[in-house]
Ligand binder design. Structure first.
Ligand code: G3P
Ligand code: MG
Length: 281
């Protein structure tokens, strides 16, 4: 078993999807902090490269949904604001938190779960660097499922894996990071460059044919299918054959429990605070 999974040798661990994104703006350090204090056992986040080659944590390929870029006149000519065309310095000028207050994507502001006293901190969020998140992971001993977003069509496509691994080594987080991707070629590159780092194949839409053979050939440690295309029988079959299975995105407690009973190692959820009790101190 890869060292990452030694601490996840059982079933039913809780992974906070993009941080605790139902109570803080996704993929911000505030969301990661909330994930930790919610009691989540690990968190998931998405890495991409900026135009000048910095690795930052951001989900979409464009900046509009989760920043205030559409309101910044300095950038009005650059719509639809592809992330890969912006430098890190430019990205740092964006507010990556206020959108959450404006759109209340999970209704947690209306319900009072996100109190007004938190708004100042939410408005202050910026797009984080992977390096800073890794430093925090190590400091808090808080594991991370790092999803490498598909960089096809950008300069980073051929460099992002080695950059990620370099940062993991620099921050000595080899045992704390599980790398996943929908672009499975990246996972092969991880194995070629550092076989101690655990990897997971993300899949949506449909399972690959001859699934177990496919995963074994890819030499991944875990399978991360969309829960919408997955049933408990498949989880049972794969886990019985020694393949770890982690589902996303499961927000229903009953469904999470049924995947856990079938042998799933962890459940990636937008609501970690509902699936696990708060961390003490
Ligand atoms: O890693 C699970 C999940 O994050 C994959 O989908 O679109 O939320 O990054 P997405
Ligand atoms: Mg993701």
């Amino acid at each position: 078993m890869k060292p990452f999974f030694e601490r996840f040798s059982g079933t039913g661990y809780v992974c906070a999807h993009r941080g605790a994104r139902s109570i803080a703006p996704e993929n911000t350090r505030l969301a990661f902090e909330k994930a930790y204090f919610s009691g989540a056992h690990l968190y998931e986040t998405d890495v991409q490269a900026t135009a000048d080659g910095e690795l930052i944590l951001f989900h979409d390929h464009t900046l509009e949904r989760t920043t205030d870029i559409s309101m910044q006149s300095a950038f009005s000519e650059r719509s639809p604001w592809p992330l890969a065309e912006f430098t890190y310095a430019e990205l740092q000028s964006l507010d990556a938190g206020s959108w959450f207050i404006g759109s209340d994507p999970f209704g947690t502001i209306a319900s009072g779960d996100v109190p007004k006293e938190h708004f100042r901190s939410i408005r202050g969020q910026r797009i984080p660097l992977l390096r800073d998140a890794l430093i925090d992971c190590r400091h808090y001993d808080f594991p991370l499922n790092l999803e490498i977003k598909d960089q096809t069509g950008t300069a980073a496509d051929t460099t992002i894996v080695s950059q990620v691994i370099e940062l993991i080594k620099q921050t000595q987080t080899e045992l704390l990071v599980l790398i996943s991707s929908f672009k499975h070629a990246y996972l092969r590159q991880v194995k070629e460059q550092d076989a101690t780092i655990a990897t997971a194949a993300l899949v949506e839409g449909a399972h690959p044919e001859s699934l177990l053979s496919y995963l074994r050939d890819l030499d991944v440690d875990a399978y991360h299918p969309d829960q919408l295309i997955t049933d408990t029988a498949l989880v049972q079959q794969l886990t019985k054959n020694g393949m770890k299975v982690n589902l996303w995105t499961v927000n229903d407690l009953e469904r999470a429990n049924s995947f856990t009973a079938a042998g799933a190692t962890f459940i990636c959820t937008d609501w970690p605070q509902r699936l696990v009790g708060p961390r003490q101190s």
